[in-house]
Design a protein around this ligand. Structure first.
Ligand SMILES: Nc1ncnc2c1ncn2[C@@H]1O[C@H](COP(=O)(O)OP(=O)(O)OP(=O)(O)O)[C@@H](O)[C@H]1O
Length: 430
């Protein structure tokens, strides 16, 4: 029904949309998602023919959108705009009746069909009680429902919605979402909705077009195909965990954390931790935007669970098992790829003692090793771990007090600063 062919658009010299190819079939529900300013509303304007592409075409049943004319377009598509300026205090009923203009000629009076369409649209959007109120007095959410009523009164086969539920309370948001799905199912209305509500888009749409911030298409497919942590991270620069809504089965994206863009001087870091000693370091290093790998960690260890949530490259060892040769070898490979090794304030026992080999190995490769708040009292190996830690310090491992100091050190490419100097600790000093 609608075809976009190699669509490019610029405002002046500033390109906004680049290379969009898309087919929208009759009866489809398509959501267009993407960061602020990526060109979603511009795409709707191009679809309506209000804007003309710089190159490429927008075709409605084979006819170019920008050549269709206002009345012909209104018969094909009704629009719910993002934030319209309505300067005149029309009564709501009158504004909704304006949706009928494509069906009327000149100043002809409203027919009973027009009146029925308006009443039905007011009823469906729960705005009948607002019919006499001036539109300028409405709240944001009421106005959105009235604008949807105007679009419904138009009885066009296609609805173009630009963030049409952004001001609605939960009850009305769900009601309008259900209404759109019902219109689509019962009347075959094609719906193209721009939204920032990822979950609602996934619940109601059959396909999602994800635009990147440079206006290129980043992904197109079913919600399950498009909602992957990698796609959403790339487009929104946010770490998300994708789960399924247990009631509807639709994918649901939970933001885990925003990645800071200010990088560390060491773009790739390996972290040794375990037993919860890595919690804050894992989160903060991950947020810093560096590539973080971790392990070996025993399955089920709380640090391992957090590393999985954060989608980190992790070397695993079986639950409650000492760190074995295979895991150690895999971790050594990750250490070789890292520019720095951080060792969390871990409790040392015979099971994880071999990890300290990784620190020696990293120092031999002339890469920094940071020991975060090491303490003799955490050594449960009869002094072996503490002995090795002291040897590591002599060989150049740096001591840092806490997570903050670790990040501060990693922001600087040079050797340890005075605060992170090798504080001597004896088994008694703690
Ligand atoms: N009339 C205009 N003239 C010049 N630039 C414009 C115009 N309209 C929009 N832009 C710019 O084009 C880019 C895309 O705007 P658009 O409104 O399509 O983005 P959007 O994805 O809908 O954003 P949002 O999610 O914030 O609503 C933005 O950088 C915007 O500032």
């Amino acid at each position: 029904m609608i075809r976009l062919e190699q669509l490019h658009f610029s405002y002046g010299r500033r390109p906004v949309l680049k290379g969009l190819d898309l087919r929208i079939e009759e009866g489809e529900i398509l959501a267009v998602l993407g960061p602020n300013g990526c060109g979603k509303s511009t795409l709707l304007r191009l679809l309506r023919g209000v804007l003309e592409p710089a190159s490429g075409r927008v075709l409605w049943r084979g006819r170019e959108a920008c050549r269709l004319g206002r009345r012909a377009m209104a018969k094909l598509a009704a629009v719910v705009p993002q934030s319209p300026q309505i300067p005149f205090p029309y009564p709501v009923g009158e504004l909704v009746a304006m949706g009928r203009f494509a069906h009327r000629s000149g100043l002809s009076v409203a027919t009973s069909a027009d009146r029925r369409a308006v009443e039905k649209a007011l009823a469906l959007t729960d705005t009948l009680q607002l019919a006499e109120r001036p539109v300028t007095d409405l709240s944001g959410g009421e106005l959105q429902r009235v604008l949807l009523a105007r679009a419904l009164a138009q009885q066009s086969p296609v609805l173009l919605l630009d963030e049409a539920t952004s001001h609605l309370d939960l009850d009305h948001r769900l009601e309008i979402a259900e209404l759109l799905v019902r219109l689509n199912r019962e009347q075959g209305t094609t719906i193209i909705q721009v939204s920032h509500d990822l979950d609602l888009a996934a619940e109601t749409s059959r396909r999602i077009l994800l635009l990147a911030d440079d206006g290129t298409p980043a992904a197109l497919g079913t919600p399950a195909e498009v909602f992957t942590p990698a796609n959403l991270r790339r487009v929104f620069r946010v770490e998300v965990r994708v789960e399924r809504n247990p009631y509807s089965g639709a994918p649901r994206a939970y933001p885990v954390a925003r990645r800071e863009r200010s990088g560390l001087s060491f773009p790739r870091i390996h972290l040794l931790c375990g037993g919860g000693s890595g919690g804050e370091l894992l989160r903060r290093l991950h947020l810093s935007g560096c590539e973080l790998s971790v392990g070996p960690l025993n399955r089920g260890d709380s640090d391992q669970v957090l590393a999985t949530v954060l989608d980190l490259e992790t070397v695993l060892e079986e639950s409650f098992c000492p760190i074995g040769k295979t895991a150690l070898k895999a971790a050594r490979e990750l250490c070789d790829r890292a520019e720095a090794l951080v060792i969390a304030p871990t409790v040392w026992g015979p099971g994880n003692l071999p990890l300290l080999e990784l620190a020696r190995h990293t120092l031999e490769r002339k890469r920094p090793v940071l020991l975060v708040d090491p303490r003799a009292e955490r050594d449960f190996t009869g002094g072996h771990a503490w002995e090795q830690i002291q040897a590591l310090r002599k060989a150049g491992a740096e001591t840092v007090d806490d997570t903050e100091a670790t990040l501060a050190r990693l922001r600087h490419p040079g050797p340890a600063n005075q605060r992170t100097g090798n504080r001597q600790q004896t088994p008694d000093s703690g």
